[in-house]
Design a protein around this ligand. Structure first.
Ligand SMILES: [Zn+2]
Length: 230
């Protein structure tokens, strides 16, 4: 432990004699400046980039450090198809087998309570995520704007084969009976809302996005928050 011996020449804030007031004022003026420099340096620490159509983009601070571990990205040969009666307009949607089995069980239980669980997105590859972002860029959004609601390629929970977007995959989902049912029951089947309502969260609240983490809340795989209705 570093101990400063009490020494009469050491200035002590709050006890500074009048003649040192200039130094104290200097500290008061400089401190916020120094702190802001530290935070700028912190933001600059992130140098994670992604390539989209041969253009290199720097990911925004929120996503920095949230890349999905490559071992957690599902391999296509390990994926299975969800029963099409559980998918929107009979989409072919693929997820991990354990996630499918748990979802099918959960959907059966929901149906008994007159609630339909319909999925409109499951596994998505980093390449697919690039296409989603490209579309948004083409529509005129900046890369940073897109990342407020879409994960960069390599950062989406959908790469793991464990994430499900339920219909309707938009803000109004939070006001549906389906959402109320999931809040009450999903954890029993191993599903959790990745981005619950939080007015201070930097990303959009995604009530429709649920992830299979197994039978307990303690996720065995480190998963990043995801964006992602699209
Ligand atoms: Zn999603």
């Amino acid at each position: 432990m570093l101990v400063f011996p009490h020494h009469r020449n050491l200035p002590v804030i709050g006890m500074t004699p009048y003649r040192n007031i200039t130094g104290q004022l200097g500290l008061i003026v400089l401190l916020p400046l120094l702190l802001s420099l530290v935070s700028i340096a912190g933001a600059d620490d992130c140098h994670e980039t992604v390539m989209i159509d041969s253009v290199e983009y720097t990911v925004t601070d929120y996503w920095c450090g949230q890349m999905i571990d490559s071992s957690a990205i599902a391999k296509p040969e390990h994926l299975v198809k969800l029963p099409q009666e559980l998918t929107f307009e009979d989409y072919r949607i693929y997820v991990l087998p354990q996630a499918r089995d748990a979802f099918v069980k959960m959907a059966e239980a929901a149906r008994k309570d007159s609630v339909e669980l319909i999925v409109d997105s499951g596994f998505r590859s980093p390449a697919f995520q690039r296409r989603i972002i490209n579309k948004r860029l083409a529509s005129g959004d900046s890369f940073d704007e897109v990342l407020n609601s879409v994960a960069p390629p390599g950062y989406s929970e959908h790469h793991t084969g464990r994430a499900f977007d339920l219909c309707p995959s938009e803000a109004r989902f939070a006001f549906t009976e389906t959402y109320r049912w999931l809040k009450e029951n999903a954890s029993r089947y191993g599903f959790f809302e990745t981005l619950p309502e939080d007015p201070n969260a930097p990303l959009t609240w995604e009530s429709w996005h649920w992830t299979y983490r197994g039978e307990s809340d303690s996720a065995s795989v480190k998963l990043s928050p995801d964006s992602a209705d699209n």
